[in-house]
Ligand binder design. Structure first.
Ligand code: KG4
Ligand code: ZN
Length: 338
């Protein structure tokens, strides 16, 4: 069963054809990042315009590369939430038009559910239930994946998302947007113990995150040094920062796994590409005898394959949308599981 997946929630216009929720037949991603980089972040209006310009050729390219036509497609899956509303609406409107004209079922997919599903592509043996750490540019969640379409968010960020924190720390160190991968690269040659950075304490849920204090600590350390005319070693700060984030994410995930009785753990979202986070989580899971699943690097960032993959599971669970489908900027995973 072939599903066409459409993703346009942020700054990537992406379409993919996936067979039976695991075999990727095509995965086309048109990134706008070079343009947004000029402004130091994603400009929503530009994102919507570029999606509108790109979506048709990206969808055609995905069908072509998969060597199929719309006739071969069983259903059309589209990200409808969460994300930039104007950006989401381009994908949703396009998918609705396509589904209506081709008389195909339309399946609404939650972006974070898509990120989680990227693990099924790389690891067909992974089956719920398991615990998933989702760290992206907009979200940091610890999620109980109860089955392929039901989730319970047990931990979330109180302020910045992990990816956002990477990007802000990177900007302070003079790297381009989005700076996560530059920090990752610089950290390889830095000393992770050079700077002592805070691990913020969060009142309330013991699985919740907070990254704003860490971000501020990096900014203050760098600015104080600049005011004194001192040079900060970027590699050392990158390594210290990355280690702190990896520790925070891993500690909370291990705590939740222990308390809730999970021995199967997964990682997802853009930050899952980070080598420090992957290494720390692997190390701690191995220590405890937990099985860890991580997406291949090509499926860590936003892509259409993860949406087609989750779309397959949503489709067989009976989820459908009609022409009234709208984009939703903010929508918790818990809400779609009710
Ligand atoms: O999941 P994603 O592609 O988009 C959202 O749904 O938000 O995540 C993008 C985030 C950005 O903040 C980016 O800097 C971060 O993922 N990222 C990384 C790495 N690659 C991407 N952060 C740390 N290390 C990386 N290697
Ligand atoms: Zn994403």
């Amino acid at each position: 069963m072939k599903i066409l997946g459409i993703e346009s929630s942020c700054d990537e216009t992406a379409c993919s054809v996936v067979e039976d929720g695991k075999t990727v037949l095509s995965n086309i991603v048109a990134s706008q990042i070079d343009e947004h980089r000029l402004y130091g972040g994603v400009v929503p209006e530009i994102a919507s315009r570029r999606h509108a310009e790109n979506i048709l050729w990206v969808a055609n390219a995905a069908l072509e590369e998969a060597n199929c036509t719309l006739d071969d497609i069983e259903a059309i899956a589209v990200t409808y939430a969460p994300g930039l509303i104007g950006a989401l609406l381009v994908g949703v409107s396009f998918a609705k038009g396509l589904a209506m004209s081709a008389k195909k079922p339309l399946v609404p997919v939650h972006h974070i559910a898509g990120h989680i599903a990227s693990n099924y592509i790389s690891h067909p043996d992974l089956e719920p239930p398991y615990l998933c750490l989702v760290a992206s540019g907009g979200h940091s969640h610890i999620v109980e994946v109860k089955d392929y379409t039901h989730y319970h968010v047990v931990g979330r960020t109180r302020d910045d998302a992990a990816g956002e924190c990477f990007d802000k720390a990177a900007r302070t160190l003079g790297y381009e947007y989005p700076g996560g991968k530059f920090i990752d690269n610089a950290a390889k040659t830095g000393d992770p113990n050079a700077f002592k950075l805070p691990k913020p304490k969060v009142q309330g849920s013991k699985y919740d995150f907070s990254f704003s204090g860490l971000k501020t600590a990096v900014i203050n350390t760098v600015h104080n040094a600049q005011q004194k005319g001192e040079e900060i070693c970027r590699e050392d700060m990158a390594a210290s920062f990355q280690k702190t984030v990896a520790d925070i994410l891993t500690e909370k995930t291990m705590l939740a796994a222990e308390d809730l009785g999970y021995t199967t753990i997964a990682l997802a979202g853009g930050v899952s590409a980070n080598s420090g986070v992957r290494a720390k989580l692997s190390q701690e899971c191995e220590k405890r005898g937990y099985k860890l699943y991580m997406p291949e690097l090509k499926y860590c960032g936003d892509n259409g394959a993860m949406i087609a993959c989750q779309g397959y599971y949503d489709y067989i669970a009976g989820k459908r949308a009609d022409e009234s489908l709208n984009g939703i900027a903010t929508l918790s995973l818990d809400k779609i599981s009710e």
